[in-house]
Structure formats: structure tokens, C-alpha cells
Design a protein around this ligand. Structure first.
Ligand SMILES: Cc1ncc(COP(=O)(O)O)c(C=O)c1O
Length: 451
């Protein structure tokens, strides 16, 4: 289509592209050429099994012809309309999102370009609606890379930018992370109910100290993504909802990564029958066929702006091509029953992860919900010493990732963890194909086990 030879892609990119999340001299990108289903191919024809849905976003899999056709048709009809106008796709996409939202309760939708700006707008809405300014988020969280979203982010990705001043008013709290629970080091076998209670007490104590009348919202990933696939223990999500109700605080669910079938429900928060006041989404909303994010909200929040202006907007809000992708993506998910398929394959993934854990001494713990899985690698199961330090890497983790890539398995490693987040269309055979490579790769980390 464009006059660039395959072999020029990498050198030209290295010369002119400024890479995100990277030391520029150290990048070594895969020059990817095409993709179909759960696989993609580089310019040399090497095939990779995609165990990370690219950036945890290609939920319906690669090269879906129905979505591509919908986008092409939209381009022919109308590529763009101004934010103050409306279009067939804007009407339909907002209605569809309202209908699939938890309990069908989030009736109004503000469209953004991705997850970070969805969270930023959710914060604006919550602050304007409540008249309060503080936002509580968790330490083990990632909410995006713009200044407000970085402030919301609890993990170390915010540190570099803090000296310059990020969005003020964010207070972090601890995650109910059972495997490495601060409160239960001497009592790891505490019953789940008590474990949940301890973390809710911790949260309520923080609410008290901060002053409930200053807190606009608690914003949380329903299931924590890159910070560890932390699945809320029974009663936790309901307990957070109850605290929000008690103190007049809004609950914002960040479903950017956990939404759109990833956990075997449309949205992860539905596993606990909790309805948030505001929910943010992106990634699986279009399965990354085009950039799009969204903020869905309860009608009373939207109604607070009936007579006052919402001060916020984006040139590309409700971009018709992205909305066409979202509509077709949701239709594919519904008609091909991909949420149910993800739940069924999730049980297979869980079994495979458990077996892997039994066979490899470097596996400290595995966790998964739907097709959202993680392996925690440790040097010692007793001490739980991680295979790479907090916010760092190690020769073993690098070698493991390189082994997988060499053998055609694309996955994401984060510090001492390996994430397994494949497209929802994956089948058992394809999961087994990836796990066979992982099984060999883990011999590398097994070799570093000390006890
Ligand atoms: C939970 C969560 N929230 C927000 C974001 C930010 O989304 P984006 O990269 O589209 O801005 C991400 C991205 O990975 C995410 O995982």
C-alpha cells in the first residue's frame, strides 16, 4: 500500500520513532506484518501465538472481517462529525453500552479516545457531581499515563513525574492481595471473610482520617490488571460499595482491562453483583480495531449537568469509525457468545495454570478469572522471594521472556510475573500450544530456585 520495503520498516522506525515506556537505545520492536485469530506474523513470516491480546485489548481476536467491514462502510458514509453533532453510530453505540452495562444501570455514555482520558473524565464528573475533591485508589493499580491518570495510578510508573506535580487530591490504599498480605504474614490461613473484613476496615479507617466529606470517589480496577490479577475476595466489592453508600462516595469501576468478556462476564464487577456509579472502559470496547474509550454513568450523575455545563471535551470524541468498530465488536461478542466462551476457556486456563504450578518449583502462585491469568515466580516458595525485585527485572525473567518469543509465544512479563491474557476466541488446543512453550521456559526460572 505504501512504498516501503519490509526490510526498511525496522531501521526507519528506529531512526524516527520515539518509543513509549522505553529507553530509546534499548528498544527492539517486532516488525509485525499481519494477524489473524490468535496469531500474528512478523515481516519474516515468523508466527507468534498472542498470549497477551497485543496490549490486553484484542479481545475478539485479530483480523475480524465483520469489524473491518463495518469500519470501511463507516469511512465511506461519514469518517468524522463534530462533537456537538450526532450520528447513527453515536446513537447506537451509546444505547448498546447502556444495555450491557452492569444491571443496565449506566444509561449515559461519554466517549473518549482510550482508558486514561476515560478515567480523567470520570474523576471530573465525580468531583463536579459531589462537590468533593479527593479520589481514593489502590497502590497496586494502573489507570493511565496522562497527568491525572498517573496520579490515580498507584504503582511506580507515577514516580518519575511526581516531583513536577501530578493531579492533587489522590490518596492510595492497600489491595486485598492474599499471597503477599501485609496484615496476615503470621496468619496466612485466615478465613476469607475475616481477610475481607480486615481490608475493608483498613479502607474505612483511611476514609475516616481523610474525612468522608472530602472524598468524591473510590476508583478501582474491578480485577487488578498488570499489578497482579488480584481478584477481590468474597464480600470485598460489596463491602466497598457499602462504604461508598454509607459516606456518599461514588464508586468508579475501571474496567479498561477487565471489561468486555475478559473475566468471563461482560464486566468483572458483575462477578460480585455490584453496580458502580461510573464505569470506565477502553481496550476490549473495540478490541483495538480503533482507539476508543468510554465513561458510562448513572442517569442521576448525568442529570446533574442538565442545567450546568460539563466543562470537558475532545476533538475526537465519538469518532464514527471507532464507534462503528465498537458496535460491530459488541455484535460479534454477542452473536459468537464470546463471553460464555471466555468463561469456559477460563476453566481450562485455570486447570493448565494449576498443573504448571504443580510441576515447577519456581511458581509461587497462579491466579486467574476467565481468560485473565497470572503466574507469580519466586526463588523460594517459603520466603516468597520474587524472581525479580519490586519494579525491576532479573536475568531469569528476561531469559524466560526471550525463550518464549524465540519459540513464537508472545506474552507479557511484569517484574516477577507472567501474564496470560489471550484473545477470547482462543481454544483449548491453542492454550495447550502456548503452555507447552511455557512449560519449557519455566525450566529457566526453576534453575534459580534456592529452596
Ligand atoms: C486498568 C487500566 N486503566 C487504564 C488504562 C489506560 O488506558 P489507555 O492506555 O488506553 O490510556 C489501562 C491501560 O493499560 C489499564 O489497564
Amino acid at each position: 500500500m505504501f512504498p516501503i520495503a519490509d526490510e526498511d520498516i525496522l531501521p526507519l522506525s528506529k531512526e524516527h520513532v520515539f518509543w513509549t515506556w522505553s529507553a530509546q537505545a534499548r528498544v527492539n520492536p517486532i516488525p509485525v506484518k499481519t494477524a489473524k485469530g490468535v496469531y500474528f506474523w512478523d515481516i519474516h513470516g515468523k508466527r507468534y501465538l498472542d498470549f497477551n491480546s497485543m496490549t490486553m485489548c484484542v479481545n475478539i481476536g485479530h483480523g475480524n472481517e465483520r469489524v473491518i467491514a463495518a469500519m470501511k462502510a463507516q469511512l465511506d458514509e461519514l469518517p468524522y462529525a463534530a462533537p456537538g453533532m450526532t450520528t447513527r453510530v453515536r446513537a447506537l453505540a451509546s444505547k448498546m453500552i447502556a444495555e450491557i452495562s452492569p444491571g443496565g444501570a449506566l444509561r449515559k455514555v461519554l466517549f473518549t479516545l482510550g482508558g486514561a482520558d476515560a478515567n480523567e473524565n470520570a474523576v471530573k464528573l465525580a468531583r463536579a457531581y459531589t462537590g468533593r475533591y479527593k479520589i481514593l485508589t489502590r497502590y497496586r493499580s494502573y489507570h493511565g499515563a496522562t497527568a491525572g491518570a498517573m496520579a490515580l495510578t498507584g504503582d511506580p510508573r507515577r514516580h518519575m513525574w511526581e516531583p513536577a506535580g501530578l493531579m492533587p487530591g489522590v490518596v492510595h490504599f492497600l489491595d486485598p492481595y492474599r499471597y503477599r498480605s501485609t496484615f496476615h504474614r503470621t496468619n496466612p490461613d485466615i478465613p476469607e471473610e475475616e481477610f475481607t473484613r480486615d481490608y475493608l476496615n483498613h479502607l474505612e479507617e483511611i476514609i475516616t482520617y481523610e474525612g468522608p466529606e472530602t472524598i468524591a470517589a473510590i476508583l478501582m480496577e474491578s480485577v487488578t490488571g498488570t499489578n497482579g490479577i488480584i481478584i477481590p475476595p468474597q464480600g470485598y466489592m460489596q463491602g466497598v460499595r457499602a462504604l461508598c453508600d454509607k459516606y456518599g462516595i461514588l464508586l468508579i469501576a475501571d474496567e479498561v482491562m477487565s471489561g468486555f468478556g475478559r473475566t468471563g462476564k461482560w464486566f468483572a464487577i458483575e462477578h460480585w453483583d455490584v453496580i458502580p456509579d461510573i464505569m470506565t472502559m477502553a481496550k476490549g470496547l473495540t478490541s483495538a480495531y480503533a482507539p476508543l474509550g468510554a465513561v458510562a454513568m448513572k442517569p442521576e450523575i448525568a442529570a446533574a449537568f442538565n442545567d450546568r455545563v460539563y466543562e470537558g471535551g475532545l476533538t475526537y470524541t465519538s469518532h464514527p469509525v471507532s464507534l462503528a468498530a465498537a458496535i460491530a465488536n459488541i455484535q460479534v461478542m454477542q452473536e459468537e457468545h464470546l463471553v460464555e466462551h471466555a468463561a469456559a476457556m477460563g476453566r481450562v486456563l485455570h486447570r493448565m495454570l494449576t498443573e504448571l504450578g504443580e510441576n515447577h518449583p519456581s511458581v509461587g502462585e497462579v491466579r486467574s478469572i476467565g481468560l485473565f491469568g497470572i503466574i507469580e515466580l519466586v526463588r523460594n516458595r517459603k520466603t516468597k522471594e520474587p524472581m525479580a525485585p519490586w519494579n525491576g527485572t532479573s536475568p531469569e525473567m528476561s531469559a524466560l521472556r526471550n525463550y518464549c518469543l524465540e519459540h513464537g509465544l508472545f506474552l507479557y512479563t511484569h517484574w516477577h510475573t507472567v501474564l496470560i491474557i489471550p484473545p477470547l476466541i482462543i481454544n483449548e488446543e491453542q492454550l495447550a500450544e502456548g503452555f507447552a512453550i511455557l512449560d519449557k521456559a519455566l525450566e529457566i526460572t526453576d534453575g534459580a530456585v534456592t529452596g
